[in-house]
Unconditional design. Structure first.
Length: 254
């Protein structure tokens, strides 16, 4: 079994093809897919896909940092509404992103903190996005952590030292298509960890792995990520799949 722990496979990028895309994922051995939310505009698409195949799709609820703007308070209210309405498997995708624009720096930090508090209140793991913001994100995690916070730093591209900081706090490292990029250096960082520290993910439709780099990503392509991770750890692919799937099942309680 392979679990894609982070895939926006419900998005408009797949309009008219979602059935085929989903089938290719299942044919590739992907049995479970975690669906992180973006903002209020993505909820219906995500929940519709999740409802189409219970036991295969597992929705998260959260507000993505790049969707934090003037209406962030209203967006947080939407997150809170849905958390009261039905079951979710994580708070996500949340975090801090100063790469594109830091105009709403304070609002991003407030929103991240608020959603960590929701994770504690609902006893849910978190899926954390960081870009040019690791120090700010880890500081807020530390300030909010009462010992109950857990989750994954998804699409992690930091250093081995930062990875160890994350793991020491009880979080996992999300490994996606960037690990297959020749000069990204993720393979060297990953080699200093263990398979028990990581989760596999695609972040579809983004960051397609080699040999699909530059194309629209999809959950079926996780096999290329699995292959590269197995190569890094010098272990059989089925053993990496078993360990990382166990990590995902335990973290998300799926």
């Amino acid at each position: 079994m392979i679990i894609d722990t982070h895939s926006h496979i419900y998005s408009e990028d797949y309009n008219g093809e979602i059935g085929e895309v989903v089938q290719r994922a299942f044919d590739a051995g992907v049995e479970k897919i975690l669906l992180p939310n973006i903002d209020s505009s993505s909820i219906k698409m995500m929940l519709d896909l999740a409802a189409s195949r219970p036991g295969s799709f597992f929705p998260m609820m959260g507000l993505h940092p790049t969707s934090v703007n003037e209406d962030y308070q209203e967006e947080i209210e939407v997150v809170e509404f849905w958390l009261k309405k039905q079951k979710f498997y994580a708070i996500g995708e949340i975090g801090i992103d100063f790469y594109w624009d830091d105009t709403f720096r304070k609002e991003q930090e407030y929103t991240f903190r608020k959603q960590l508090q929701l994770a504690k209140a609902y006893n849910l793991p978190v899926s954390i996005h960081t870009r040019n913001s690791f120090e700010a994100a880890i500081r807020i995690v530390d300030e909010e952590n009462d010992g109950s916070l857990t989750g994954v730093f998804h699409c992690f591209t930091g250093t081995a030292e930062q990875a160890r900081e994350i793991i020491a706090r009880g979080f996992k490292i999300g490994v996606g298509g960037i690990v297959t990029f020749k000069n990204a250096g993720i393979d060297k960082m990953l080699a200093q960890l263990s398979p028990g520290d990581i989760l596999l993910e695609t972040d579809s439709p983004y960051l397609a792995p080699v040999p699909r780099r530059g194309k629209r990503n999809e959950s079926a392509y996780i096999v290329y990520i699995l292959n590269k991770v197995a190569e890094i750890f010098d272990m059989p692919e089925n053993e990496i799949a078993r360990i990382t799937s166990k990590n995902a099942v335990e973290l998300f309680k799926i």
